[in-house]
Design a protein around this ligand. Structure first.
Ligand code: AMP
Ligand code: MG
Length: 489
């Protein structure tokens, strides 16, 4: 097979947001994991990818002659503090690739060596965190969450320093795009005459919201559309118990895809205050804060787009203010839509949806296993609610006296005749549970990938319940935790 074609639309149209760059060499590359279904979807030949040439392609060392790999520039509010120049400190956009359906995707490396944005970092990735992103992002995709994807993990043969010496690795990432709120912030910061800002916004429309292209108020419509896709994504996180962990503006995409699987984790037990990230000491990105933080990030987006809303600054501000005033209701509507879907009831079944939210809220901070509980909705819909009630009753949080409310809620829900079959494809049996992820990664670090592959297989088929997989559906042993996760490792 010839080296696959890559386009370079981003580099061509937005050169101010790029630094032409190359991936660093790898002393002794070895393919650890390859996502064959994704590779096929991208029109890539799986056998060729496994060859020496294919491996060189995956590492950015063998690209088509006209390729223009670039490090992307962006800003970001990190824990509320503005960093004007972040950018790809250990990543590289190889170019765009067209899938078999004609859709364009970014082909991007993470851990490909230092760039002008590295700010003292080594630009590399450690094998554990790169495998972790592979596992988590592929699980999210299988769960129906908009997300960047993982095409491959390749170890480089380089030993890198992470407290101890560990094997270095590159993650090959695929995304609808890597445009972020922080990209818009960077363009706003650079731009004197707003030409760059408009070119960036036009590319976002072109790639993600083409239906807006002809609208007179297309930039305001764009900001609204980003609000809608992002609120839908975060509503899905909330339904599944996903804690992103580092919702900085550089980690909030304009496409609505979940990006950056550094410190993320799924809830071990339902707790709106849960924080796993070791650096999030104030709990800014706690599970229950995520919808609100998204609102904060989108306010930064609207600020950066002000000149596109109106040439008169006062009018631009008032337009942005109206947009941001709509955030709460749009976010709540997204949450309701998500729960209507998850309960298989119509969106106007307000009482059932609010009752479900209240039921979960009453259990926040106890030890309710959200995944098992929601999976028990499947059998409850078929008329067997013993497991659902047992799981609620076993919660260590004192919810005495709520049994009657549970019965009432169940009755009102069942009047809508939710379909057990449909619910079985919505509520997973298997998520990447923290103790299983840690077990698989520590074995992988010692060179044994069998547990990793088994877990990957299970979490990428999250609805296919099997008795032999019971261990994957059970909570962590009592002595596991408190669980801590890490950024940028
Ligand atoms: P993240 O926490 O992954 O969103 O990263 C925030 C910023 O730090 C981005 O600009 C990254 O490119 C940069 N960064 C993270 N890890 C490294 C590293 N090992 N070397 C250089 N830059 C890094
Ligand atoms: Mg990031």
């Amino acid at each position: 097979m010839d080296t696959p074609n890559l386009s370079h639309m981003f580099a061509d149209q937005l050169p101010e947001l790029t630094v032409p760059w190359q991936a660093e060499s790898a002393p002794s590359p070895q393919l650890l994991v390859l996502n064959e279904p994704l590779a096929q979807h991208l029109g890539l030949d799986v056998d060729w990818l496994r060859s020496t040439e294919g491996l060189e392609f995956l590492l950015g060392h063998r690209l088509p002659e006209d390729a223009q790999p670039v490090a992307m520039a962006y800003s970001g509010h990190q824990f509320g503090q503005f960093s004007p120049r972040l950018g790809d400190g250990r990543a590289l956009l190889l170019g765009e690739i067209t899938d078999v359906e004609g859709q364009l995707h970014d082909l991007h490396l993470k851990g490909s060596g230092p760039t002008p944005f590295s700010r003292g970092g080594d630009g590399r990735g450690a094998v554990g965190p790169m495998l972790r992103e592979y596992l988590l992002s592929e699980a999210m995709a299988a769960l129906g969450v908009p997300t960047t994807r993982a095409l491959a993990v390749v170890t480089t043969g380089r030993r890198i320093q992470r407290g101890q010496v560990v094997p270095g690795a590159v993650l090959v990432r695929v995304a609808d795009s890597h445009l972020r709120v922080g990209t818009m912030q960077y363009a706003r910061m650079l731009d004197g005459d707003n030409d760059l800002l408009a070119r960036l916004a036009d590319q976002v429309i072109d790639r993600h919201y083409p239906e807006l292209a002809q609208r007179e108020d297309k930039y305001l419509a764009l900001a609204g559309a980003i609000m809608d896709t992002q609120t839908a994504t975060v509503a899905r996180w909330m339904r599944l118990g996903f804690v992103h962990g580092v919702m900085n503006t550089d980690n909030t995409t304009l496409s609505g895809e979940t990006i950056d699987y550094g410190p993320c984790a799924f809830l071990d037990s339902y707790d709106l205050a849960e924080v796993y990230s070791s650096i999030d000491q104030q709990g800014r990105y706690a599970f229950g804060n995520q919808p609100g933080v998204l609102g904060w990030n989108l306010a930064r987006l609207a600020e950066s787009m002000l000149p596109l809303f109106h040439e008169d600054p006062d009018q631009a501000l008032s337009i942005a203010q109206d947009l941001l005033d709509s955030f709460d209701s749009r976010s709540q509507a997204a949450a309701s839509r998500e729960l209507a879907f998850a309960l298989d009831v119509p969106e106007d079944a307000r009482e059932v949806i609010a009752g479900y939210q209240a039921l979960l809220a009453a259990h926040s901070g106890g030890n309710l296993d959200l995944t098992r509980f929601q999976r028990s909705l499947v059998t409850a819909a078929a008329g067997e609610d013993t497991q659902l009630k047992e799981l609620l009753a076993a919660d260590t949080k004192d919810t005495a006296g709520t049994e009657e409310q549970v019965d009432q809620w169940l009755n009102s829900w069942l009047t809508y005749s939710p379909s057990a079959t449909r619910l079985g494809g919505i509520h997973p049996s298997y998520i990447p549970r923290n103790h299983l992820v840690e077990e698989a990664l520590s074995l992988a670090q010692e060179g044994d990938l069998s547990a990793f592959h088994q877990l990957l297989e299970v979490v990428t088929h999250p609805f296919d319940e099997q008795l032999s997989l019971t261990r994957y559906a059970h909570p962590a042993p009592a002595d596991f935790g408190p669980y801590r996760t890490f950024c940028g490792t």
